[in-house]
Design a protein around this ligand. Structure first.
Ligand SMILES: [Zn+2]
Length: 411
């Protein structure tokens, strides 16, 4: 089977290359924002959205025009990729997978992508990479790149530059190993398995929350764009990046362990996007218990259920296993012993006690057992679950296998 994988390394650019990369990222951002502004204006005038080909034609005009001639200093393929990104952002919006595309700001996800392998040269023996208009760049060679290079993305985070090399290679289809397991996702416990093991809540955001708030307050007291303001801003960004790294690390460890030990994993088909949607509601229909829900929202986002499921899905596929999504109704209210369904079965958040047969168990474990039972039923009914029907919110991401296994270069 074909395996897509990304390998990420920290770059060691010269100061000239750093300057060029900043400019290229800026040019891509400019093109993205200009095209987005144009599409918005067309929409307001009742005109149809321009397609990718139309935008590319405009890009050529921009590169040739006097006011934006500096765009022609940047490599053309990454600029076109910025237009592709905008196309995808629109598609995700129309498919209700994402919010309306937003303008990009400097310093937020600065990156650009080279899509053509023919223009990229990878010299692993000398730990260097050739990219159009940048030349040879050295990188921290922490592990070998496996497979044929498909594309390369250069990105910046906290003042460091990284390269993500996406590859493709043929691997043997692995034989599934291990048992079947159900997973209940929760707030008190991040994930509970039907065999009783559980993963504690991540809460990395909560732990860093105070530090982040202090840093943000300190920044707001500084005069904007002064040297002290820039220092404070760098501190805020460092904390953000630390939170992200801790969360990624935790999720990767959990999903790797689960996918290596289980051939079949059943999970509730939760629409994370609906659950974490703003609880505030609208003026006409204000939301109920906004505070509690926004706390819940934060926890959900914080713990990255969506990311957890996405990682599980591709890692199981890598290991020959499969993910089965089951309908989530009443999994926490059904007795695994006698099948009695009642909300009285779950008097508290933690404890499950069946009002019919008296069966007692941890409520999250009950949920996980029910999820597993449902997964078996889905299989027995012969529904098409060969590749675990992804939830709507999931569909886009599931197509792409993950750039996992990154080097530990990120500080
Ligand atoms: Zn019962």
């Amino acid at each position: 089977m074909q395996r897509l994988q990304a390998f990420k390394y920290e770059l060691m650019p010269t100061s000239g290359q750093q300057r060029d990369m900043r400019r290229f990222a800026g040019s891509c951002r400019f093109v993205f924002n200009k095209a987005l502004a144009l599409q918005k204006a067309r929409y307001e005038h009742g005109e149809k959205k321009l397609g990718y080909a139309g935008l590319c034609k405009l890009l050529t005009d921009w590169r040739n025009s006097v006011e934006t001639a500096w765009l022609s200093d940047a490599p053309v393929h990454p600029l076109q990729q910025a237009l592709k990104d905008l196309e995808r952002a629109y598609a995700n919006f129309f498919a209700k997978r994402a919010d309306f595309p937003r303008f990009k700001k400097k310093g937020q996800g600065d990156s650009f992508r080279y899509p053509d392998p023919k223009q990229i040269k990878l010299d692993q023996a000398n730990s260097r990479l050739f990219l159009p208009k940048l030349g040879w760049i050295r990188y921290r060679n922490s592990r070998d790149v496996l497979g044929a290079v498909k594309n390369v993305t250069v990105s910046q985070s906290c003042g460091k530059w990284f390269v993500s090399i996406q590859t493709e290679r043929e691997v043997d289809r692995p034989l599934p190993r291990g048992t079947a397991v159900g997973i209940d996702m929760g707030i008190n416990r991040f994930a509970t398995l039907s065999d009783g093991t559980f993963y504690a809540p991540l809460n990395s955001f909560k732990r860093h929350e105070a530090a982040l708030r202090r840093a943000q307050q300190a920044m707001s007291r500084k005069i904007k764009f002064s040297n002290n303001w820039k220092k404070a801003k760098a501190r805020v960004q460092r904390i953000h990046s630390r939170i992200g790294n801790a969360r990624r690390d935790y999720l990767h460890k959990a999903t790797t362990t689960i996918s290596q030990n289980h051939a079949m994993v059943c999970i509730e088909d939760l629409q994370v996007r609906n659950m974490s949607k703003s609880a505030a509601g609208t003026v006409d229909a204000p939301g109920k218990s906004v505070r509690a829900k926004s706390g819940l929202n934060k926890s959900i986002l914080d713990q990255g259920w969506f990311e957890f499921r996405r990682q599980l899905e591709y890692k199981l596929a890598w290991n020959g296993g499969m993910l089965i999504a089951v309908p989530p109704h009443n999994t926490s209210r059904t007795c695994p012993c006698c099948g009695h369904v009642s909300k009285d079965n779950r008097k508290t958040q933690v404890q499950f006690k069946c009002v019919a047969c008296g069966h007692e168990e941890n409520a999250d474990v009950v949920g996980a057992i029910n999820v597993l039972a449902r997964g078996h039923r889905v299989l027995a009914c012969g529904e098409d679950v060969s590749r675990a029907k992804p939830a709507k919110a999931q569909r886009a991401a599931s197509v792409k296998q993950e750039p996992a296994e990154v080097s530990q270069a990120q500080a």
